[in-house]
Design a binder for this molecule. Structure first.
Ligand SMILES: [Mn+2]
Length: 319
């Protein structure tokens, strides 16, 4: 962590990058980091890969949507919650232009792609690592930063219900609650404020749910064009892998989604299976219980066949 801290302290102006398909951990962490840099008298700008899911607008809007040819004078690039450099997508160009880089993350498959890397696979969220980092740096947070970090941790722990929650996660969250923001509102906006169209879209996807290995594997398929039917832009399509994950008996939940630029695989494990290994077979990565990859296949049927084969192997390994 010391090498990362030194680079942050030496920097004058940071470009701060969440991973593509920005989630609340990535966003909350980046907003918190930018606010901390400014508190320290430095400059910081957050660059996102594209339009952010509209239900996440409550987290913040102080960012720039990256486009080619952006002018900047940053001396440090800070990648947060980003497991590998491909997850920067187009922003890789900017990463290459900036002389110094740090990578702070909790994906155990992280490739240590920056000049200084701090990866803690045991942390529930990148927000949790930042809480520790700011503490180690001797920098006090404020109410806004506490809320951003709490949002990050609350999201990646499924509101403190996943197995990634440790006593340390709870202690850090408890310290953040001391800053007296409306944590119940954060949880409600993250978990209990779905649009009616999202609910209807999920009903249609649920109709097509398939079961394998006696129901231990459950899978949903979707084409991101389904969003149009329900008046939703593609980034607003809900997290469909949650549909099979929340059903009794599911050990591996699978979502295969056709997107403009390929086929995306999302995996969740409710039991002993290590889905990060499944994702790695397809060039992806993630955590033991939540992972993903981009599939290089022509059809969703083909994707389903190869993914189910690997999921069955993952189940066999735990017998
Ligand atoms: Mn995360």
């Amino acid at each position: 962590m010391q090498a990362v801290i030194e680079k942050i302290k030496a920097a004058k102006s940071a470009a701060v990058f969440p991973h593509i398909n920005e989630d609340p951990d990535a966003l909350g962490s980046c907003f918190a980091f930018c606010k901390m840099m400014r508190k320290m008298g430095k400059e910081a700008t957050m660059y996102v890969s594209g339009k952010i899911e509209s239900r996440l607008a409550f987290i913040g809007s102080d960012y720039v949507i990256y486009h080619d040819g952006i002018e900047h004078n940053h001396d440090l690039c800070v990648c947060l919650d980003c497991g590998d450099i491909e997850r920067l997508s187009e922003r890789k160009k900017m990463f290459d232009q900036i002389q110094n880089s740090v990578n702070i993350d909790h994906h155990m498959t992280n490739t240590d792609f920056a000049d200084a890397n701090y990866v803690d696979g045991s942390a529930a969220a990148t927000g949790q690592i930042l809480s520790e980092l700011f503490d180690k740096m001797g920098e006090a947070i404020d109410r806004d930063i506490a809320k951003d970090l709490y949002t990050a941790i609350c999201s990646d722990t499924g509101c403190f219900k996943y197995s990634n929650v440790s006593p340390k996660t709870m202690r850090i969250a408890a310290d953040l609650l001391e800053y007296d923001f409306d944590h119940a509102e954060v949880a409600r906006l993250l978990f209990d404020s779905e649009s009616i169209n999202a609910v209807k879209l999920k009903a249609e996807v649920t109709e097509g749910l398939r079961e394998y290995a006696g129901g231990r594997i459950k899978l949903v398929l979707a084409d991101e064009k389904i969003g149009e039917k329900y008046g939703m832009s593609k980034e607003d399509i809900p997290n469909l892998v949650e549909i099979p994950r929340r059903i009794a008996g599911t050990e591996i939940a699978v979502c295969i989604k056709r997107m403009d630029d390929g086929v995306r695989l999302n995996l969740r494990s409710n039991g002993e299976a290590d889905v990060s290994k499944v994702a790695q077979k397809f060039g992806g990565g993630g955590h033991v219980k939540a992972a993903g990859a981009t599939l290089h296949v022509d059809t969703l049927d083909e994707a389903e066949k190869v993914v189910i084969e690997e999921c069955i192997k993952a189940l066999e390994e735990i017998k």
